[in-house]
Design a binder for this molecule. Structure first.
Ligand code: ADP
Ligand code: 5GP
Length: 190
């Protein structure tokens, strides 16, 4: 019998915009370089500091729609007026090479992955409160007032769905949240 091919663990990280997912995941990758973070495609405009191909693949809407039609996304969703999707091939390549993979995606995408990859671990990052979340989004200083309001409205919906996840981690103190994330993922603290 041929042995089963190596298969890395897939972890989905979801939580409202501004809760600190990007910050937490960046620290996690610093500490555990074997983990591979999927680079999503999006139709949103780059923010200052966003690098094409590093933070996102920035696509025109018609390019994104073509990739949807071609089955090129593992999941995709509309969020706050833009489209976001996980390119399928790079994720499948890393998983079959045995690497742990993280997807940092919003709720609808997490739900799609739950049906296509039921074995994936699904973690939800929650803020200590809605007012702290609002302070963080505003403090980041990257979104227009209209975008901030859309993100806060969406945050309420996402927070109501937190119980669907395998675990809820509150990002109050960053270091403590990071240690909790490592524990959930079964990683020894670095
Ligand atoms: P997300 O990726 O979830 O949209 P970010 O990682 O961009 O969120 O974080 C939003 C803002 O909150 C950033 O300015 C970040 O520095 C800040 N932040 C993240 N985690 C914490 C924390 N535990 N305490 C205070 N500020 C935080
Ligand atoms: P932002 O515009 O702040 O970078 O991201 C907005 C939201 O889109 C965040 O909740 C983020 O997790 C989510 N997101 C980023 N990439 C993807 C993706 O590939 N698929 C889905 N469904 N959501 C994504």
């Amino acid at each position: 019998m041929t042995p089963a091919p190596p298969s890395g663990r897939l972890t989905v990280i979801t939580g409202p915009s501004g809760v600190g997912k990007g910050t937490l995941v960046a620290r996690l990758l610093d500490r555990h370089p074997a983990i591979w973070l999927s680079v999503s495609a999006t139709t949103r405009a780059p923010r200052p500091g966003d690098v094409d191909g590093v933070h996102y693949f920035f696509l025109e809407r018609h390019q994104f729609e073509r990739q949807v039609q071609d089955g090129g996304f593992l999941e995709w969703a509309a969020f706050a007026g833009n489209l976001y999707g996980t390119p399928r091939a790079p994720v499948e390549a890393r998983l079959s090479a045995g690497r742990p993979v993280i997807l940092e995606i919003e709720l609808e995408g997490a739900r799609q992955v739950r049906s296509s990859f039921p074995q994936a671990q699904q973690l939800f990052i929650a803020p200590p409160s809605l007012s702290v979340l609002e302070q963080r989004i505003r403090g980041r200083g990257t979104d227009t007032e209209a975008a901030i309001l859309r993100r806060l409205e969406r945050a309420r919906v996402e927070l109501e769905a937190a119980e669907e996840f395998d675990a809820i981690l509150v990002n109050d103190n960053l270091e403590e949240a990071l240690v909790a994330l490592e524990a959930q993922m079964g990683l020894a603290p670095a």
